[in-house]
Design a protein around this ligand. Structure first.
Ligand code: PLP
Length: 427
């Protein structure tokens, strides 16, 4: 929702008028400055009153329990339990000795942009070069940047529900009107052209994610192509979150496809966080249409100057064969974990699961157990030490009866979590 206009006299104005007009003009100016400073440090903007990430409450409680009991199994975090691949770690150590590690070009160092372009050419077969690539501070940085570059206050931007909450919350903070498409199991929790056609008018933007968080479901390539064509024809900017590419499973209904296979007017978002096992390195990228690059350059140079230099030099080595072998090994582990959960949860009576085509999440309906998923997750943590993510982060309507299990961790942890949940739910 866009921020509502201020109707009352602003606190700054009220405070300034309270300064006695009779005092010395220099003193009065100084008092003004002090007052404004105090107000600016104490006053929250309306745009900042977006919902928090509720899962952070679980993380906090899990950290407390880890200190008091030492038995926590974290299935709440959307991050691999493995470090960056060995060639990246090697290159990091070398970069510390060999590179200045000062500011870089705003869009990222050329060799990294070339490596990312090559990665897209090799994976999807479409033409792309270094100039198409904008390296950012995580994909989170890419989202804020493209939202600012492409949308104005009041613009309508469409997202899927359930979906990754930061799209909706950041767009709201920027004053956009967020419209959620209710995406159910019948469309694999993904938006379709039919849903877009049913909107009263074409939106300024659409965000899609495949594989998605929290469901792990994927868009059929033909549907993604149709969505991309619809967006191009209707002047809607398609933003395709492809950060879970590389993490898909045998038997997934659809293959992986990228929005740039159909439309170079769309924005493709990537990240080293998920497949590349580098969440904390805060490095992402986008393939951006040429018309938006001047705006992206102006905004990015002002907001962050450049993405972290050390991560850029390191990430250069994430795309080679040696790293890929290691990373594909992680995907095999996720596949084992996924099988364990998809077989084990129904045995606990949790049978309504989204089809996890990719990513590392199992999204379940637990409406038969609770209508308050935050409370339920907190009780599960208290009784079992298993930390789970409540659905309220991802779904503003039905999230109170949903829970997300992340299986990005160690297989032994998934096995142990299933045993503990069995005792809690079935004994
Ligand atoms: C769908 C999706 N997009 C974007 C992000 C942000 O990732 P990062 O900023 O680490 O690239 C996440 C993080 O969990 C996610 O699940």
């Amino acid at each position: 929702m866009p921020p509502t206009p201020r109707t009352r006299c602003s606190p700054a104005r009220r405070a300034l008028s309270s300064i006695a007009p009779t005092i010395d003009p220099i003193e009065r100016r100084r008092a003004h400055a002090t007052m404004l400073y105090r107000l600016s440090v104490s006053r929250e903007s309306r745009r900042s009153t977006i919902p928090p990430f509720y899962v952070m409450d679980v993380w906090k409680a899990a950290a407390q329990r880890a200190r008091s009991h030492g038995d926590v199994l974290v299935l709440a975090a959307g991050q691999p339990s493995t470090p960056a691949p060995v060639p990246v770690l090697r290159a990091t150590k070398a970069a510390i000795d060999a590179e200045l590690l000062g500011y870089t070009e705003t869009f990222g160092i050329l060799p990294l942009r070339e490596a990312i372009a090559e990665h897209h050419r090799d994976t999807y077969g479409y033409p792309v070069d270094a100039d198409d690539v904008v390296v950012t501070t995580g994909s989170s940085g890419a989202f804020t940047l493209i939202f600012l570059a492409a949308f104005d206050v009041g613009d309508t931007v469409v997202v899927a529900r359930p979906g990754y909450p930061a799209y909706r919350n950041c767009l709201a903070a920027l004053g956009c009107r967020v419209v959620e498409l209710d995406c159910g199991a019948e469309t694999r929790f993904q938006p379709t052209v039919a849903m877009l056609e049913a909107l009263p008018q074409p939106p300024a933007g659409l965000v899609v994610a495949s594989p998605a968080n929290p469901t792990g479901t994927m868009i059929d390539p033909a549907e993604l192509a149709a969505v991309a064509r619809w967006c191009e024809a209707h002047g809607t900017l398609l933003i395709s979150d492809e950060i879970y590419h590389g993490i898909t499973y045998a038997g997934a209904s659809a293959g992986t496809s990228s929005a740039w296979e159909t439309s170079r007017e769309s924005v493709v978002i990537g990240s080293v966080s998920k497949y590349f096992s580098m969440t904390g390195w805060r490095l992402g990228w986008m393939l951006a249409p040429s018309a938006l690059r001047p705006a992206l350059q102006r905004l990015a140079s002002n907001m962050t100057v450049c993405p972290p230099a050390i991560s850029q030099y390191a990430a250069l080595h994430a795309f080679g064969a040696e790293a890929k072998t290691e990373l594909d090994g992680h995907v095999q582990r996720y596949a084992t974990n996924r099988r364990l959960l998809l077989e084990g949860l129904p045995e606990l009576g949790i049978t309504d699961l989204a089809p996890a085509d990719g990513a590392f999440y199992a999204y379940a309906d637990i409406g038969h157990l609770t209508d308050d998923s935050r409370k339920w997750c907190s009780e599960v943590l208290d009784h079992t030490g298993v930390a789970l993510a409540p659905g309220v982060d991802f779904d503003t309507v039905s999230g109170h009866r949903k829970v997300r299990f992340s299986f990005a961790g160690a297989t032994a942890d998934i096995e142990d979590a299933l045993v503990r949940l069995r005792h809690y739910l079935c004994d």
